[in-house]
Write a protein that binds this ligand. Structure first.
Ligand code: GLC
Length: 432
């Protein structure tokens, strides 16, 4: 790495070493390559790539095709990575570490912004060129590192409870549950119906990967706990966190969550719900459009996630567009990022694939609310969602969470022991 002496870079280097919070060096911005990139126009036009996890909806290629028709000399090739976030992150890091120009625009999970920006794997972006003011504030925050913009919000994500309206109604239950115990009781009642024979109650994403970090954080948050406190310090060895983890581990033990759910990622759990195996499912908004096209059409609805004593809280998910520092044709890349993150594209992603838009007003637009009646619920879920730890060493943090949560879910550790061990692992990975 070139030696630069600005305060910003000294700060950034310390943060990389310590894996600390993005706010630790303040948000006054600074000099260094980041700011130069932010204010200088990007150079180079020609073909580029767009790199993202596998597109389950088919809508991504449709939007890219639209761009390619308009820009035949600046074509975008869609490079599809595996569906799970951890593999995507690994491949993007590998690309950056080899300084390869194979990836141009990265679809960055909202939790990776600090890590990619601090390592200068992505360029700082010119804030004024993106309509951030029209976007939901917590979504814009996920795209910033130390107060500067490093990504353009493309889609947000908030956890939702999918449930079988047909079966609940038949069992005499008019409203979706707001607490975990109501959910279990509703399920027990509905399972008595002949058409519910063999069904399980609930699943989320419990395989050892990023989805488990999300589900763990949601369970902890929905029981009144936190993963990190307001100062960014780990705080998981608490009675509240234990109640959250106990809900998950206890549900696997007593069969409320079927044993096979410890192998589920998003897609496995969606398939299980669509094929009628589950009464309740925790998943992201993208499931809605796909389930509406399945045999479950008209037989399900979505509600806020339930919690211990009342409605629960969601982890904040989503994807932002970042520009690889090692890419060529950056002028084309920035134009494509503007196009792909525009309100027009967001509205196509919403209409065709029920992806949560970053744009606030789309959640209130009558024709969209007609198509997706849960949009106001989703907006609230995103506005109240809890960000996962914003740390540079996110990889260490998430793998510690995955390891301990999985140990508790599979019964190889008690929740209490897993949380104790997690607290010390998190303290180590965020220590100076
Ligand atoms: C979704 C979310 C992302 C999260 C991932 C976990 O893709 O948008 O933020 O990390 O699921 O599996």
């Amino acid at each position: 790495m070139k030696i630069r002496t600005t305060r910003a870079l000294q700060c950034s280097a310390t943060l990389v070493a310590a894996g600390l919070l993005l706010t630790a060096c303040g948000s006054s911005g600074g000099s260094g390559s980041g700011e130069r990139a932010g204010s200088t126009s990007f150079k180079g036009r020609g073909p580029i790539t767009y790199v993202a996890g596998k597109d389950t909806s088919g809508v991504v290629q449709k939007v890219i095709d639209r761009w390619n028709t308009l820009h035949p000399k600046e074509k975008v090739t869609f490079v599809q990575l595996p569906t799970d976030a951890d593999s995507q992150r690994q491949q993007m890091i590998q690309n950056a570490e080899t300084k390869s120009d194979a990836y141009t625009v990265l679809s960055l999970d909202v939790v990776w912004t600090s890590e990619f920006a601090a390592h200068q794997w992505i360029d700082r972006l010119p804030e004024k060129q993106f309509p951030l003011r029209n976007m939901l504030k917590p979504v814009v925050e996920t795209a910033k590192y130390r107060g500067a913009l490093y990504a353009a919000p493309a889609s947000s994500d908030g956890g939702l409870l999918y449930y079988r309206t047909d079966l609940l109604k038949k069992a005499g239950i008019a409203q979706p549950p707001t607490t975990w115990s109501q959910m279990t009781a509703d399920c027990a009642k509905a399972k008595k119906l002949p058409e519910a024979k063999g069904m399980s109650c609930y699943a989320g994403q419990f395989q050892k990967y990023e989805g488990l970090t999300v589900n763990f954080a949601e369970a902890v948050g929905s029981a009144g706990g936190v993963v990190t406190d307001a100062n960014g310090k780990p705080d998981v060895d608490t009675p509240e966190a234990r109640k959250g983890l106990d809900f998950l581990a206890g549900s696997v033990k007593n069969g409320t969550i079927p044993r096979e759910a410890i192998t589920y990622q998003e897609e496995d759990s969606r398939q299980a719900f669509q094929s009628g195996k589950l009464m309740f499912l925790r998943n992201w908004p993208y499931v809605y459009a796909l389930a509406e096209k399945s045999k479950l059409a008209g037989k399900f609805a979505v509600a806020p996630l339930p919690g211990l004593n009342g409605p629960g809280s969601s982890s904040l998910g989503g994807h932002n567009l970042a520009l690889s520092s090692y890419a060529r044709n950056k002028a084309t890349a920035v134009d494509f990022m503007k196009f792909f993150s525009s309100e027009d594209s967001a509205s196509t992603f919403l209409r065709d694939a029920s992806l949560a838009p970053p744009y606030a007003h789309l959640y209130d637009e009558a024709s969209l609310v007609k198509q997706y009646p849960y949009l106001p619920v989703l907006k609230r879920s995103i506005l109240r969602a809890v960000p996962r730890p914003r740390v540079v060493q996110y990889g260490d943090v998430t793998s510690a969470i995955q390891q301990e949560a999985y140990a508790a879910l599979t019964g190889s550790k008690s929740s209490a022991q897993a949380l104790k061990d997690l607290q010390s692992a998190l303290q180590k990975s965020t220590a100076q």
